[in-house]
Design a protein around this ligand. Structure first.
Ligand SMILES: Cc1cc2nc3c(=O)[nH]c(=O)nc-3n(C[C@H](O)[C@H](O)[C@H](O)COP(=O)(O)OP(=O)(O)OC[C@H]3O[C@@H](n4cnc5c(N)ncnc54)[C@H](O)[C@@H]3O)c2cc1C
Length: 527
């Protein structure tokens, strides 16, 4: 049976898009998701987050060897489950700054300015703290205070203040400052895009929204210049799903360009090199990859109030199960601060406190109480790419983040790392609680020490964007209405359309893109 709309990918954007179409149209919608339902109990328990990575709910892409990382390969978790990456992410709710969204609009993403994005956030949010100019209430996306932040996160904030970073009441209202992270949770449980949008839409849709899990979309099928449906594999059998109106791609910043390229939509030369027949020569597909990079310092602490051991502590489990409180409600990234290492118009580094000693996506957890203080490069100049390794959809794409290949990126992150070291060593609030350094094992003194540490330890902060860039220029992949250039009936709505990274975390704008896509599809003349 044909549906009016087919959405590929039930992630942050895809869930919001599906709900928006159900609410704003009478159409039938088929939502296809490669992963399973989100029944794994660890999806709900916030502190179990890193246990979800690299397992069966994760695409777990590997990057190419990065020269900027001294030749290391990084692993990129991406959610492969209903809710997509919002079901395996750290739940940090950080909208991004006005300057970034106004930059999108000024760069050709007409209509995606800060005023519009803030209106979207306002409409989507249900902030526990109540209404304020930078907060929405009554929307589907629950945003709450943390229910059991570690005293170490408070110590981190005090340490930031010692170094001149002001504590702000709401980091969405002030660009420079620090505070406890707001989280996408409801009553101490993860509140994913599936919880916020998809489940209510399935009820509201009254049969108009069909969700299929375990369906890996192979290709978009284009006939006479128009997308008419998708080829899928269901239980090992190839099938075709037809869309009478539009095909909407929400497969994420890696998944969407991978899908477009294997459908023959991309740079003709690249497609020919892997034997994919060219449907549309669209050179920007898979280009412009940007990601936030994280490095930091891990240190041992006095006392027993870090998260170390919480996952094996029966009392913590009981507290979580009975009251949804305590250390298992932690999202790990409990406190943040925004600082400038240059005389710029906005912060270039985000500081982050995780109240446990860990490295390498949590695959290394130090067996003692401790803290990790990290620095995130907010606006990298470096650009990477997604390319096909093979025409076979089962073969993962080539993910090359191009880390530290351009501009001042490495030096800025080195300066961010110096901030981490000062917080951990030179402050009384946090430094006074540090018993010893774990990684690095001794203070980093010279520029070479700092650079070597960054190259050895840096990793993704899980925010790839930009690979189907939105814009008004001929090289943009989608126009500001999210339509793929040169093909009718095909749009992209996910993190891949963001022209540049934001100074924030990417779940909020991905969801806003899904919502705005629904408005554009439903009533283009009125948006
Ligand atoms: C480990 C991790 C931690 C993060 N922490 C935070 C955080 O704390 N705060 C924050 O704001 N952001 C965070 N992010 C980033 C944020 O979650 C993402 O930017 C956002 O979820 C991206 O939304 P999306 O809709 O573009 O893609 P996704 O949510 O990744 O959704 C894409 C969906 O498409 C599906 N899909 C892909 N290909 C196919 C196919 N061929 N067929 C069918 N389905 C397909 C995928 O399985 C997935 O469900 C984190 C991300 C990760 C991975």
């Amino acid at each position: 049976m044909a549906h009016d709309y087919i959405i590929v990918g039930a992630g942050s954007a895809g869930c919001a898009l599906a709900a928006g179409l159900i609410a704003r149209t009478d159409a039938t919608v088929l939502l296809l998701e490669a992963g399973p339902m989100d029944r794994d109990p660890r999806v709900r328990i916030p502190a179990a987050v890193s246990d979800l990575w690299f397992g069966k709910l994760d695409w777990a892409y590997e990057t190419t060897a990065q020269q900027g990382f001294g030749g290391r390969i990084d692993t990129w978790p991406r959610g492969k489950v209903i809710g997509g990456s919002s079901s395996i992410n750290n739940m940090m709710y950080v909208r991004g700054m006005d300057v970034d969204y106004d930059g999108w609009a000024a760069g050709g993403a007409t209509g995606w300015d800060a005023a519009t994005m803030n209106d979207l956030f306002h409409h989507l949010e249900d902030d526990e703290r109540g209404p304020a100019p930078h907060r929405g209430i009554g929307g589907p996306l629950r945003v709450e205070r943390q229910r059991g932040p570690s005293p170490l996160s408070q110590a981190f904030l005090d340490a930031c203040e010692e170094l001149g970073v002001p504590r702000v009441e709401d980091y969405h209202a002030d660009t420079d400052g620090c505070g406890l992270t707001m989280v996408t949770q409801r009553g101490g449980r993860r509140w994913s895009a599936a919880d916020a949008f998809l489940r209510p839409a399935m009820v509201a849709g009254d049969g108009r929204l069909t969700v299929r899990t375990g369906v890996d979309v192979q290709r978009v099928i284009v006939e006479g210049g128009r997308a008419v449906g998708v080829d899928v594999i269901v239980d090992g059998t190839p099938r075709f799903a037809r869309a009478s109106q539009e095909v909407l791609l929400s497969a994420g910043a890696v998944g969407t360009p991978h899908l477009l390229l294997r459908s023959g939509i991309g740079a003709a030369e690249h497609l020919a090199s892997v034997g994919v027949p060219v449907v549309a020569d669209l050179p920007g597909v898979g280009d412009n990859l940007q990601d936030h990079v994280l490095t930091g310092v891990a240190a041992g602490t006095d006392g027993d109030d870090s998260l170390y051991g919480a996952d094996k502590d029966p009392a913590a489990l009981l507290q979580y199960l009975t009251k949804k409180r305590g250390p298992l409600t932690s999202n790990l990234g409990e406190a943040i601060g925004f600082v400038r290492t240059r005389d710029d118009d906005a912060p270039d580094i985000e500081l982050i406190c995780v109240p446990v000693g860990m490295q390498d996506h949590g695959r290394v957890r130090y067996p003692e109480h401790g803290v990790s203080v990290g620095a995130i490069l907010l606006r990298p100049d470096s650009r990477g790419s997604i390319r096909l390794a093979s025409a076979d959809p089962a073969v993962p794409p080539i993910v090359d983040p191009g880390t530290f290949t351009d501009g001042d990126d490495l030096r800025r992150l080195c300066d961010g790392l110096r901030w981490c070291q000062r917080l951990v060593l030179d402050t009384t609030s946090l430094g006074g609680r540090v018993t010893h350094l774990i990684d690095p094992t001794a203070p980093l003194i010279t520029d070479q020490d700092v650079t070597d540490h960054v190259r050895r330890t840096a990793q993704t902060l899980y925010h790839p964007v930009g690979t189907c860039r939105m814009g008004s220029d001929p090289d943009a992949v989608v126009d500001p209405d999210l339509r793929v250039r040169g093909i009718d009936g095909l749009r992209v709505a996910d993190a891949s359309v963001m022209p540049t990274l934001i100074r924030g975390h990417t779940n909020a704008p991905a969801i806003a893109i899904g919502e705005q896509a629904a408005r554009l599809v439903a009533a283009p003349a009125h948006v």
